[in-house]
Design a binder for this molecule. Structure first.
Ligand SMILES: [Zn+2]
Ligand SMILES: [Zn+2]
Length: 91
């Protein structure tokens, strides 16, 4: 088992701070994936962080590509099927 030394953790930069605080889908998913799985938690419990609507912090549209990942450009649009958005496959 590998020991995790503090020196191995990424330095606390704006970028890593952002990843801790950001509410976009990819950051929430990364935080959930990084959390050790509680063996007593049900599948439903583990899905709870995703039982919500992810919206773009800028325009508030759920179909904006930025709701999926903060690196995506905000399109200020709720049009279906936008590339990179959570609803890319939904027409
Ligand atoms: Zn993010
Ligand atoms: Zn947006």
């Amino acid at each position: 088992m590998a020991l995790i030394k503090p020196s191995m953790l990424p330095p606390l930069t704006l970028e890593t701070m952002h990843a801790v605080l950001c509410d976009c889908f990819d950051c929430v998913k990364a935080r959930v994936d990084a959390t050790p799985v509680d063996p007593t938690a049900s599948w439903f419990d583990r899905q709870l962080p995703f039982q919500r609507m992810f919206v773009c912090p800028h325009c508030g549209n759920k179909r904006c590509p930025r709701a999926k990942n903060h690196n995506n450009r905000c399109t200020d649009s709720n049009a279906p099927g936008q590339p990179g958005s959570l609803y890319e496959g939904c027409k």
